[in-house]
Design a binder for this molecule. Structure first.
Ligand SMILES: [Zn+2]
Length: 201
């Protein structure tokens, strides 16, 4: 099983962004603190280069490698913040793969025409980047991810916030519909799969 390289790239970009010293003016004067921050380390820098190259070449990453990365991040006390940031990053990058003509169309069309198109796109993005499926169930849109890469991490349910943030950001970008997203079924709670539901009228 493989994972699109954009997914592990999103994890590392999020770590780097969360660990960036912007909000902490003292950090740059304290080298020891810089070294303690994973996101600013040489290792993360090199891994970001590696995954960025893989994204350019359309190479996928082995599932276990991404699970190991998610587990590492899951140990952080700010794991949920990192996962959410990663989800938004992935959504923004994936949205860039939607042709600009279609992006404009989605915002110009009335909802009843735009939403079926947006649903198809969201499903395509979920299949490629999240190993998931997006479908409509009544007045809701459901994202199902049978094997979240964050599931083995100590954070587990916190890791699910990666997918939730990604779905919300994606729906906002596609059709400005990223309001409430609920995590209705969760593998971490023994439901056998993870599902998120958003309103979709
Ligand atoms: Zn879950």
């Amino acid at each position: 099983m493989t994972v699109d390289a954009l997914l592990p790239l999103s994890f590392l970009k999020a770590v780097r962004s969360v660990d960036a010293p912007d909000d902490d003016p003292d950090a740059e004067f304290v080298p020891e603190l810089r070294n303690k921050r994973l996101g600013l380390s040489e290792t993360v820098y090199l891994q970001i280069q590696r995954y960025s190259e893989a994204v350019k070449r359309n190479q996928r990453t082995v599932h276990d490698e991404v699970v190991a990365l998610a587990t590492l991040l899951g140990r952080r006390p700010d794991a949920e913040e990192v996962f959410r940031e990663a989800g938004r990053f992935l959504a923004r990058e994936a949205y860039q793969t939607v042709p600009s003509s279609l992006r404009r169309l989605l915002h110009a069309l009335p909802a009843f025409l735009a939403r079926p198109l947006a649903l198809r796109r969201a499903n395509k993005i979920a299949a490629r980047y999240l190993n998931g499926v997006v479908r409509r169930v009544g007045t809701h849109l459901v994202l199902e991810v049978p094997a979240p890469v964050t599931l083995d991490s100590v954070a587990r349910e916190k890791g699910c916030s990666f997918y939730e943030a990604c779905l919300r950001e994606l729906l906002t970008l596609l059709v400005n519909a990223g309001g409430g997203v609920d995590h209705v079924r969760c593998s971490a709670r023994g439901d056998g799969t993870c599902e998120w539901r958003a309103e979709w009228r």
